[in-house]
Every structure is written in structure tokens, then in C-alpha cells.
Design a protein around this ligand. Structure first.
Ligand SMILES: NC(=O)c1ccc[n+]([C@@H]2O[C@H](COP(=O)([O-])OP(=O)(O)OC[C@H]3O[C@@H](n4cnc5c(N)ncnc54)[C@H](O)[C@@H]3O)[C@@H](O)[C@H]2O)c1
Length: 313
């Protein structure tokens, strides 16, 4: 099920999912336009059976029996707006959707794209709401940070003249600015950069969202690359659920790897979600410094998220 399927991310994401032989049933939910999006996609000659659901009354039906939920619902960032500006609106949307998931598909893998992933609110909301219903499983709730990895792979490949499909750069930490930590020292194939180039590359990966917001000049934030990243993450989840071994993706999850309750690291995925958190691995001195800075900032945003959640009760 895609929640927010008619949006800038939701539509191309739904197209990519419809195009995959891994998907048998594709359920599209939004507060607007889903009948049209579903009718359009249903004419594509691939296996997935597409159904559109629109408005709060149809949310339960959109989720019943679903194995994987992907959530690009929300309000995107506009120029001049920080992720924090979006905080209240998006957190409230996510709270409603979390409640519906807990009631209708408590066993499903939950992949949250909606901001603010930078603050842990969406992941936290799922934890709180699912605990309320006694169905919380930390191995099944993911804040999708794949776009950071996709960007890191693309930028490294561009600088080194490599095939981007063969490059893999783990990205850990959070999902905003300085909390995004590309681990270039752990990249495959192995790559090396002089210190100034490494700093510039790291900064570009951390600020890549703004590059797109500026270039779109008022027409929204990253949608196509995010749809690609969301689909990549979903396919990895589906592959692992189908028994494929050795599937690893980074995501923002409940974590014990650092002092932060929520932290993104590479995860080994399996039939039941996270099989093993692979942790931070061996860091370079440069990366260790980035992690130390990010932990301070992440702890602040986790606290802010907790305060927000406490006030909403
Ligand atoms: N995780 C990431 O890397 C990443 C990257 C880019 C954008 N985002 C976030 O993804 C979200 C979507 O971005 P977009 O550009 O597609 O925005 P958009 O405005 O084009 O689409 C959002 C969709 O959500 C729908 N929606 C709103 N309230 C809803 C609700 N209660 N239930 C279901 N659907 C609802 C809207 O009708 C719309 O179709 C935003 O929160 C944005 O900030 C995340």
C-alpha cells in the first residue's frame, strides 16, 4: 500500500512498484486523485492488481491484508522553509496513518518517507501508536533514508568515473544536514579523496535536498529521485521477505548502536524485517568527528520529537 499515492513522490513511486514483478497487489491511498492514478496505472501490462482508495473513509480498506506500507504522504518543503517548519502538519498526518496501520495491518513492514524523518517523529509515532495496540515490532518500522545513499553513490561515481550501479556508500546517522554521514571510507569499490574534496563531497551529500529545492524554484522538493529511492528500499524489503539472503539497506530505526534512540546504520534484512543491525563499522577519523557532531544534534531532535509527542497526547 502506498499512502500519499497521488503526490509528487507517490505517483512515480507507484509507477515503479507497478512495474515490478515482486508486487502482486498495489493499493493506492490518498486524500485526492487516487481513482485517476489507479485507473491510469491499472492499464500497464504488469502483474500487480491496482486499487485506488480515496479519503479517510477508505483508509482502512486500503490497508487490510497489506504486507508492506510505503508512506510518502505529507506536505513537501518549499524554498525558504526548513524541515522543522513542516513538523506539525506532517507529524499529525503520520499519527493518523500510524493508527490505521496498527489496526489494519499490524504485521506489515512500514517504510516512512514522509518528513520529518530528520526528527524521529514519524518513527516514534509508529512506536507509540503500535505499542498502544500491543503490536509494535521495532524490526518492522523504517525511516527511509535511501535517497542519501542513492545520492552518495551517484556523486562518488561521477567524481571517480565509475558505473554508479556498482558503487555502494553506506550513509548513517539522521536524515537532515550535518546528521547525514556518508561513510566514504567504507565505500565499495574502495575510493579515496584528498581532504578538501572529501569535505566538499560530504557537504554536497548533506545538502543535496536543497540543491533540488533551489533548482525546482518553488515547485517542490526531490520527487523523482525520492520515488526511485523509495522503490529501491521497498524492493529490498520484498526480496528479503521472499527469502533472499544478504540484503542490506541503511534506514533510520530504533537503535542501540549509539546514545541516540533512533539512528540509521546498515541493516541486514530478512523475512521478519531487521535481522541484524550491522552498526557503524570502522570509521575514519574524519567520520568519527562527523558522528560525534551528529549525535549531539540528533539527541536534540529526538528530545524535540518526544516533547512534541508528549504535548499531542
Ligand atoms: N525521506 C526523504 O528523503 C524525502 C525526500 C523528499 C520528500 N520527502 C517528504 O515526502 C513527503 C511527500 O512529498 P511530495 O513531494 O510527494 O509531496 P506532495 O505534496 O506532492 O504529495 C503529498 C501527497 O500526500 C497526500 N496527503 C496529504 N495528507 C494526507 C493524508 N492524511 N493521507 C494520505 N495522503 C495525504 C497529498 O494529497 C499528496 O498527494 C513530504 O513530507 C516531503 O517532505 C521525504
Amino acid at each position: 500500500t502506498v499512502l500519499g499515492a497521488s503526490g509528487g513522490i507517490g505517483q512515480p513511486l507507484s509507477l515503479l512498484l507497478k512495474n515490478s514483478p515482486l508486487v502482486g497487489e498495489l493499493s493506492l491511498f490518498d486524500i485526492a486523485h487516487t481513482p485517476g492514478v489507479a485507473a491510469d496505472l491499472s492499464h500497464i501490462e504488469t502483474r500487480a492488481r491496482v486499487t485506488g482508495y480515496m479519503g479517510p473513509d477508505q483508509l482502512n480498506d486500503a490497508l487490510k491484508g497489506c504486507d508492506v506500507v510505503v508512506i510518502p504522504a505529507g506536505v513537501p518543503r518549499k524554498p525558504g522553509m526548513t524541515r522543522d517548519d513542516l513538523f506539525n502538519t506532517n507529524a499529525t498526518i503520520v499519527a493518523t496513518l500510524a493508527d490505521a496501520c496498527a489496526r489494519n495491518c499490524p504485521e506489515a513492514m512500514i517504510c516512512i518517507i514522509a518528513n520529518p524523518v530528520s526528527t524521529p517523529v514519524p518513527v516514534m509515532w509508529f512506536e507509540i501508536v503500535m505499542k498502544k495496540y500491543g503490536v509494535y515490532n521495532p524490526n518492522r518500522v523504517f525511516g527511509v533514508t535511501t535517497l542519501d545513499i542513492v545520492r552518495a553513490n551517484a556523486f562518488v561515481a561521477e567524481l571517480k568515473g565509475l558505473d554508479p550501479a556498482r558503487v555502494n556508500v553506506p550513509v548513517i546517522g539522521g536524515h537532515a544536514g550535518k546528521t547525514i554521514i556518508p561513510l566514504i571510507s567504507q565505500a565499495t569499490p574502495k575510493v579515496e579523496f584528498p581532504a578538501d574534496q572529501l569535505s566538499a563531497l560530504t557537504a554536497r551529500i548533506q545538502d543535496a535536498g536543497t540543491e533540488v529545492v533551489k533548482a525546482k524554484a518553488g515547485a517542490g522538493s526531490a520527487t523523482l529521485s525520492m520515488a526511485y529511492a523509495g522503490a529501491r528500499f521497498t524492493f529490498s524489503i520484498l526480496d528479503a521477505m521472499n527469502g533472499k539472503e544478504g540484503v542490506v539497506e541503511c534506514a533510520y530505526v530504533r537503535s542501540e548502536e549509539t546514545e541516540c534512540k533512533y539512528f540509521s546504520t546498515p541493516l541486514l534484512l530478512g523475512k521478519q524485517g531487521i535481522e541484524k543491525n550491522l552498526g557503524l563499522g570502522k570509521l575514519s577519523a574524519f567520520e568519527e568527528k562527523l558522528v560525534a557532531e551528529a549525535i549531539g544534534e540528533l539527541k536534540g531532535s529526538i528530545k524535540k520529537g518526544e516533547d512534541f509527542v508528549a504535548n499531542m497526547k
